[in-house]
Design a protein around this ligand. Sequence first.
Ligand code: GRF
Length: 205
Amino acid sequence: MTKFAVLASGRGSNFVAITDAIQNGKIPNSQLIGLLTHNENAGAIKEAEQRKIPTFVVRTPGADRHAYEIALEKHLDELAPDYICLAGYMRLLNKRLIERWDTKILNIHPSLLPSFPGLHGRRQALEHGVRWTGCTVHFVNENLDDGPILGQSVIEIMPGESEETLETKMLPLEHMLYVQVLKDLVSKKFRIEGRKVVWENHPKK
Ligand code: GRF
């Protein structure tokens, strides 16, 4: 059984897609064991309640980042997921946590990395006038939106496209991509070669 935890800060549509895929058996032999968030108003919390997923709101006094990180690590240690999926998680993880969970933390980013890392990936694509953009699921390393790429989906940018229309087109692709990558992770072996993820052809035993 592969155990997943999700870290989300907001709406939670990717969290919903992952949870529903697991609960509907589309990602075999897997379990969603918890939603963690720093935002007590995150839409993802309501979605988790409806789906009976345990939610952990990591509250820390004031804006004490260090205390938050310690509390988050403690929750993750106790939950002991196999993989941690960032899904609209708007905080940076510290180096120690990233090293400890090397190739166990995934993120989804709304651009074709390595183009347009950081905030507003869709807006950056529109500002640059690129014809094609998309979304990327990658492992998290110590640099922002930089780790080995697990999967990508591509979208054509049409004339008159706005950030909103692009988001409407992209979100369903993000959901499908994240689910597909998790399915691959539970069923296939991979190795990291330099900056790359190389999927092995034979199934995981
Ligand atoms: C998505 O666009 C994702 O690519 C980005 O944050 C957004 C999260 O949306 N990292 P949601 O909370 O999953 O609906």
